[in-house]
Ligand binder design. Structure first.
Ligand code: FMN
Length: 198
């Protein structure tokens, strides 16, 4: 049993897994580039099939010229709170496996799985660095592809808002009520021995 961040895990795990959560109230303060790169670096050390490293990261720091353009690709709801993030990172994956021996590229089975691992690593590094990361698929993906210049064989997986947690009073009332770490289904609902359980 592990308790942290007002959450309880049945089995004993590192508390960082409970400490990572997805707040929407960010302070909007500036973040230094080295800290942002530390978080992205952590993502880059995720494992991937054949070590193809299919992830790509497009980022902008608040106050820099690209921030508003990237923010503008989020759906309005997400723009409302993510505007106070200190940085935005888009996680993109290469849908093609490109073997190092130069043989023909083929469809990758695991590009999203691998990129998801990279997001998880970044989220944990963010906590370790004193920040929080909040993933979003509430994105206008066509607009995002155009703004970032993403070729069609790459998939934009998600956007991530990174920032210092702020006071929930800066959020609209409806969101203030939700601004608290949530829980999980019982582990037995999602883990089964030997055969699949829906
Ligand atoms: C792939 C993905 C997409 C998400 N999209 C959004 C989003 O568009 N807007 C939002 O406010 N939260 C979004 N979330 C946050 C989830 O709602 C949140 O991670 C989930 O409720 C679990 O809560 P926790 O991260 O605090 O543990 C997203 C999370 C993930 C992983």
């Amino acid at each position: 049993m592990t308790n942290s961040n007002n959450r309880s895990a049945t089995h004993s795990i590192h508390p960082m897994f409970l400490d990572r959560w997805s707040p929407r109230a960010f302070t909007g303060e500036a973040m230094d580039r080295a800290t942002l790169m530390t978080i992205i670096e952590a993502g880059h050390w995720a494992p991937s099939a054949f070590n193809y490293q299919p992830w790509r990261f497009v980022y902008a720091l608040k106050g820099d010229k690209h921030f508003d353009a990237l923010l503008g690709t989020l759906i309005e709801f997400n723009q409302g709170w993510a505007k106070n993030a200190s940085a935005l990172i888009f996680v993109i994956s290469d849908t093609l496996s490109r073997p190092a021996d130069g043989s023909a590229p083929k469809l990758s089975r695991s590009h999203s799985f691998d990129a998801g691992a990279a997001w998880g690593y970044m989220a944990l590094q963010a906590i370790h660095s004193g920040y929080h990361a909040h993933a979003m698929t509430g994105v206008d993906f066509d607009k995002a592809a155009a703004v970032m210049g993403v070729p069609s064989e790459y998939k934009i997986e998600a956007a991530i808002a990174v920032g210092k947690m702020g006071d929930k009073s800066i959020l609209p009332e409806g969101l203030q009520a939700k601004e608290t770490p949530n829980s999980r289904k019982p582990l037995s609902d999602v883990a089964s021995e030997g055969t699949f359980k829906a």
